[in-house]
Design a protein around this ligand. Structure first.
Ligand SMILES: [Fe+2]
Ligand SMILES: [Fe+2]
Length: 353
């Protein structure tokens, strides 16, 4: 657990000295991760199965109780989605990097400032401390599997809100004004679906307890209403805000991937991704480890970063969505659904137009 940063003295002289201080950050971190049960039957069964059978072909898996098992409907084979995920290559995913779009006006500053404030709150709630370069190995910055899952689940439960709110408001505006939307709604709703798939994937690895559920509930209540009102006032700032939020998501997943590579997350070293993830990302047979899973999720976050910074540059009323149009000259590089090697296409930044 992280070391103390805020101290609250207690009047209890009979207690040993070490009990006389409570760490606010430490306490919240303890409660946050205590609200998570990564030793759920699925995970226990997964760890026990390591080095014996692959998840996808295991018969033991069916004996373990799942956090959200498939519906009991014997006549149904599977539930289909309208949004099939584009296939990412390993090379494309390795090209994803941490990036930052510089602020250019006061609206960008509002967006970035709000993200920084939220990031501070989320770090506090999930017991996360981001190390300054060179201090990654110090004990107060160390993360474990449980802490990462707490952060992922909380992050993803919030990340699924903006796309749904933006898509909903643009849908209603189209109905209200009797006008076309120019292709924005589908991209925004697909982003919300993608974020929910991230959440469902991580929920296969840990079952949240009451405190985590309470945090998610409270965060959604505040964030949904805040974003709803903000999007009515300035959708452009909202897309810029999401762009900066996704920059943070890429940082989070990059650090978790580095932890796996360094060997500081031993439970994840040889663990396979859950079946739901294998199906959704169409993960190849030799690319189904936890590290691969985080690479896929990070690539999605980088795509959201690009899409939202791009949408934040557009005229919200008039411009068509560049991600859902057909271009007259397909030989030139254009925005699209999959990951594009930005350097190869000559685009220098995440924002493509
Ligand atoms: Fe996500
Ligand atoms: Fe995202």
């Amino acid at each position: 657990m992280s070391t103390s940063s805020v101290y609250m003295p207690l009047r209890a002289t009979s207690l040993p000295k070490s009990y006389l201080h409570l760490s606010l950050r430490g306490c919240i971190g303890v409660v946050a991760t205590a609200g998570l049960r990564p030793s759920s039957p699925w995970l226990v069964s997964r760890i026990n199965q390591q080095n014996t059978k692959r998840f996808i072909s295991s018969t033991q898996q069916t004996q373990a109780k799942e956090f959200f098992p498939p519906p009991k409907a014997p006549h149904i084979k599977e539930v289909e989605t309208a949004w099939l995920h584009p296939v990412y290559t390993q090379e494309q995913m390795y090209h994803v990097t941490v990036a930052h779009r510089e602020t250019k006006d006061w609206a960008d500053w509002i967006a970035l400032g709000t993200v920084r404030l939220l990031r501070w709150g989320m770090d506090l709630l999930t017991g996360y401390r981001h190390p300054t370069p060179g201090r990654e190995h110090e004990v107060q910055f160390q993360m474990n599997e449980k802490k990462w899952l707490t952060r992922f689940i909380f992050l993803e439960s919030v990340a699924g809100v903006p796309g749904m709110v933006g898509g909903m408001l643009r849908h209603l505006r189209s109905l209200r004004r009797l006008k076309r939307d120019n292709g924005w709604i589908e991209t925004l709703l697909e982003e919300a679906y993608n974020e929910r798939m991230h959440l469902l994937t991580f929920l296969k690895l840990a079952e949240p307890g009451w405190f985590m559920r309470l945090m998610v509930l409270g965060a959604q209540g505040v964030f949904f209403n805040g974003f709803f009102i903000s999007y009515l006032i300035s959708p452009r700032i909202c897309h810029r805000f999401v762009g900066y939020l996704e920059e943070e998501a890429v940082i989070t997943y990059t650090r978790a991937i580095q932890d796996i590579e360094r060997g500081t997350l031993p439970k994840w070293t040889n663990m396979d991704a859950p079946e739901i993830a294998i199906q959704y990302w169409k993960m190849p047979e030799d690319q189904r480890t936890m590290k691969d899973l985080l690479m896929y999720v990070r690539a999605d976050e980088a795509k959201h970063r690009e899409v939202n910074h791009t949408l934040g540059n557009l005229n919200q009323e008039a411009d068509p969505n560049p991600y859902s149009v057909k271009y007259k000259d397909p030989s030139k590089p254009h925005p699209g659904k999959g990951i594009v090697n930005l350097k190869a296409t000559g685009w220098e930044r995440d924002e493509v137009i």
